[in-house]
Design a protein around this ligand. Sequence first.
Ligand code: ACO
Length: 399
Amino acid sequence: GYGVSSLLKDTGNVVFDPGFVNTANARSAITYIDGANGILRYRGYPIEELAEKSNFVEVAYLLIYGELPTPEQYQDFEHRITTHTMVHEDLKMFFNGFPRSAHPMPVLSSAVSALSTFYADSLDPHDPQQVEISTIRLLAKVPTLAAYAYKKSVGEPMLYPHNELNYSENFLRMCFGVPAANYEVDPDMAKALDILLMLHADHEQNCSTSTVRLVGSSEANIFASVSAGVNALYGPLHGGANEAVLKMLGQIQNEGMDPDTFMEKVKNKEDGVKLMGFGHRVYKSYDPRAQIIKGYAHDILGKLGGNNEMLDIALKLEEKALADDYFVERKLYPNVDFYTGLIYKAMGFPERMFTVLFAIGRLPGWIAQWREMIEDPETKIGRPRQLYVGEGERHYPQR
Ligand code: ACO
């Protein structure tokens, strides 16, 4: 009989769905979200269990290959990543060409895009071995490139990766270490970063992931596709919200504002003020990632010497919101960004690095989804339709 797509093709009917709010573009076996009940699972495993028991590299393996690794598989995977963390010296020179004030996100996306020029031998999307080596190169090199982008922005020399450190430790050392000086990675900080990366690792068909799939559907290589994902994440409505939360908390703190006064402004929609870090397109219940981070926040901020006053303001705002009809009626709960910025700041990252950290976390998801898309026989080149609202036919004037 008639499938939906042939019906659309035959009749010229199109479904108008701005933002693809009701349109599924893929069958996916990677991440499950139940927004009404605040459930998030990677490959069936609840996010709470993974955050407690797993680590970021293992979660990357799970997302990409579909199963938790055996100890041997884990060791092999981690070893392959660790031995690919260096980037070509010529690629390092790219960083000199950017202005010192450059935001690290476009620097990162440029560097990821440039990877396809260095690894032109492994760009065939239909050669599983080439896809595999590109997967490892991406996982290994993106933190190095991100750390270079950070070092560039603060005018410090870049550090080579250290192979004896784990994924998160290595990244922290490349960011905060200086040459010729020992940098002791704080294990609490590394653990906290690892958990935050895990919580960001995939979130089904969000804007950046859909972008990676759409670009990849043209059979563009995985570096080009992931670079596009970094650019999508750069937008303030997607990856940039954690920065906005911190600005909001800072303003309340600096102005000595009463949280009640701020909440009144939000509810009256004065100057379009929103309670940043609240609300989500899919979660109409507590974002399970926010729940986990909230649980850690006090502990981590205590250990890292973070801004507890800002955390107290955040907790007070949350308490008030959850008891307030405005938020209850609209089903507005804290999202993942409500508490992350406070922790990143306590680690010593400037606000403009927050989205870069999100990108490192989301990388395994982008890779897993790109691979699922490429392997799926149902995949077609992404090509939305439109409702044409322009002029009818008209003719070039006689002059
Ligand atoms: N503060 C106050 N009011 C809010 C908030 C908020 N944070 N979020 C939504 N509302 C209100 C809207 O004004 C609207 O009210 P109305 O019915 O009186 O007009 C109602 O709740 C519904 O909100 P929409 O904007 O229609 O919901 P949508 O699903 O389009 O937006 C979004 C979701 C963008 C996340 C929104 O809640 C928001 O702007 N939140 C603040 C920014 C933020 O934290 N973004 C991070 C998202 S998570 C992520 O990207 C990882």
